[in-house]
Design a protein around this ligand. Structure first.
Ligand code: PMP
Length: 395
């Protein structure tokens, strides 16, 4: 058979990361690599009770086709949960927030459209945008996120037709860096984007996972007409649910809904009803603090281990105030892609940072997750990582 692939399929590549991480799946490896929430936090008994209740009381509707917009009570619960005035009619339930990224790309990007991203940014977003064949443009960023002057300069492009379609931003505990945008930066980014007519796509899967204080208000809360907001139940309940949502202004909501219909008709209604039932009576208000407390202990363990083990090495890392990830920059002469197999020989794995850049990547960077491994494993893993770095530097 003569299978002629579409030009876009020709350009698809297996995730660089997945290829790299295959080596890390060997038994006995302490993985600080994957972005997996701690399975200890999954509320299994609450789901078992909700499942039984739904099948008993409303089994037929729960197993039938349903509306593409999502389950009404869940849309209402999402609107109630968000810290600005959200009309449930603007909420679209998605099959994970990853699907939100796909829908946004389909509706807003043409081949060659410029889309602005942070330096570095979430690799999964670059992958979701990829099939629409846009041109991702890295906006210069510091510890607080994108730098406003560069954002404004990049938004314009060379001509009005070349103006960026949107900027994709992760203000809270970013993947991969763990950094958070300050209140001042949010205010400045929001005002600058509004003045430039630049739409914002705000991705916030980690916002609830703060350790000591809640982060400042989302960008969308400041200008809902200029933003699409993406949220997820993956990090506060369980990622296997594949349940997320987006909030979009009237100007784009109908198109996002049509794109969603074409992709999967609707997100599994059984799952939506389960989550809606589990969330009743303030469940998340009791459950999420237990995740925060666990992840904070794990962050503290990783920071302490890094301070202890990397002493004397020119290793820089941040202390994230929430989320799952920490970002490191290794000493001069270390390339983290080359370092990974050496670390795996010592039974520890991490994610090299370079694939997270839209432009040229910094080969000295890496992402570490502090939530999947136990405190004991973190201690052993960081010691092994430090030994690997010392050995490489000695060569
Ligand atoms: N956005 C970001 C920044 C993420 O880190 C992830 C998960 N790795 C997603 C979106 C997708 O999350 P989900 O589809 O599970 O909601």
């Amino acid at each position: 058979m003569n299978w002629k692939l579409a030009a876009r399929a020709e350009k698809m590549n297996p995730s660089v990361l997945r290829e790299i991480l295959k080596v890390t799946e060997r038994p006995g490896i302490i993985s600080l690599a994957g972005g997996l929430p701690s399975p200890q936090t999954f509320p299994i008994s609450a789901f078992a009770a909700a499942c039984a209740e739904i099948l008993e009381t409303d089994g037929q509707a729960a197993l039938q086709y349903a509306a593409s917009e999502g389950y009404g009570p869940l849309r209402q619960a999402v609107a109630d949960m968000l810290p600005w005035n959200v009309d449930p009619a603007q909420v679209l339930i998605t099959t994970g927030s990853q699907q939100g990224l796909d829908l946004v790309a389909k509706v807003l990007l043409d081949p060659g459209s410029r889309v602005l991203v942070e330096t570095p940014t979430y690799l999964g977003a670059l992958q979701a945008f990829g099939p629409m064949e846009p041109t991702p443009v890295a906006v210069a960023s510091d510890d607080e996120g994108v730098i406003v002057d560069d954002l404004v300069a990049q938004a314009r492009g060379k001509s009005p037709a070349d103006a960026a379609r949107f900027v994709y931003l992760l203000p809270n505990f970013q993947n991969p860096t763990g950094r958070t945008m300050t209140e001042a930066r949010r205010a400045a980014v929001s005002a600058a984007a509004a003045a430039a007519g630049l739409p914002i796509v705000e991705d916030n899967p980690y916002g609830e996972l703060w350790f000591d204080e809640a982060p400042p208000l989302p960008l969308t809360a400041r200008n809902p007409e200029g933003c699409i907001y993406l949220g997820s139940f993956s990090k506060v309940l369980a990622p296997g649910l594949r349940l997320g949502f987006l909030v979009a202004p009237k100007a784009v909501y109908p198109k996002l809904l049509q794109a969603k219909q074409a992709v999967d008709l609707h997100t599994p209604i059984f799952t939506q009803r389960m989550v809606s039932t589990v969330m009743k009576d303030g469940f998340l208000e009791r459950h999420v603090p237990t995740i925060r407390a666990l992840y904070k202990r794990q962050r503290d363990a990783m920071v302490a281990a890094l301070q202890r083990e990397m002493k004397g090495l020119d290793v820089k890392f941040n202390v994230p105030v929430g989320g799952m990830f920490l970002w490191l920059r290794m000493p001069e002469g270390i390339d983290t892609v080359a370092l990974l197999p050496k670390a795996v020989e010592r039974n520890v794995a991490f994610v090299p940072g370079a694939p997270f850049y839209a432009g040229e990547g910094d080969p000295r960077t890496m992402r570490l997750s502090f939530v999947t491994a136990s405190v004991e494993q973190i201690d052993i893993g960081i010691a092994a990582l430090a030994a690997t770095v010392r050995e490489q530097l000695a060569h």
